[in-house]
Design a protein around this ligand. Structure first.
Ligand code: NI
Length: 158
């Protein structure tokens, strides 16, 4: 399977807002397949299209046990609670810090064929979903905490 190059912190692409997917075609299928392969190769648990340089609202998440969730054009419907836990990102290699996230999230989205669905997640998967949706809006986990802000300063990036 073909993999793609990961866009790393400091590259302005990561700060752009991704556009909705409008064509649920073969090209989208290939993008999702290659995002998944890239995520597996890099040992990530989630990946957004912007991280491979494609500014479209598409996400793949590893649910464990060889199950993967593809999320297109997600909207957050509901969140509950707040929990702080460690987070990292394929675009920010080697840096981790605790980030507050909702404990529960419900989203509505589309699958690769354009079929709408809802998805509920708690704890670790809820964290992944929120982290990846942030990517679609140009937001990174290092934006949330003092540690993250210090890291950006140290690296001389925004
Ligand atoms: Ni990330």
């Amino acid at each position: 399977m073909t993999t793609r190059k990961i866009v790393i912190l400091g590259n302005n692409t990561l700060r752009k807002v991704s556009k909705p997917v409008v064509k649920f075609d073969d090209e989208l299928g290939v993008l999702l397949d290659e995002m998944k392969a890239t995520m597996i190769e890099k040992k990530g648990v989630g990946i957004s299209a912007v991280q491979v340089g494609v500014l479209r609202r598409a996400i793949v998440i590893d649910l464990g046990k060889d199950e993967f969730l593809e999320i297109i054009n997600p909207e957050i419907v509901k969140t509950k609670g707040k929990v702080k836990d460690s987070e990292g990102c394929l675009s920010i290699p080697g840096f981790y810090c605790d980030v507050p996230r909702p404990r529960y999230v419900k989203i509505s989205a589309f699958d690769r064929h354009g079929k709408p669905f809802e998805f509920e997640a708690e704890d670790y998967i809820a964290r992944c979903v929120c982290h990846e949706i942030d990517h679609l809006n140009g937001v990174l986990f290092v934006d949330y905490t003092d540690e993250g802000k210090e890291y950006k300063k140290r690296m001389g990036v925004e």
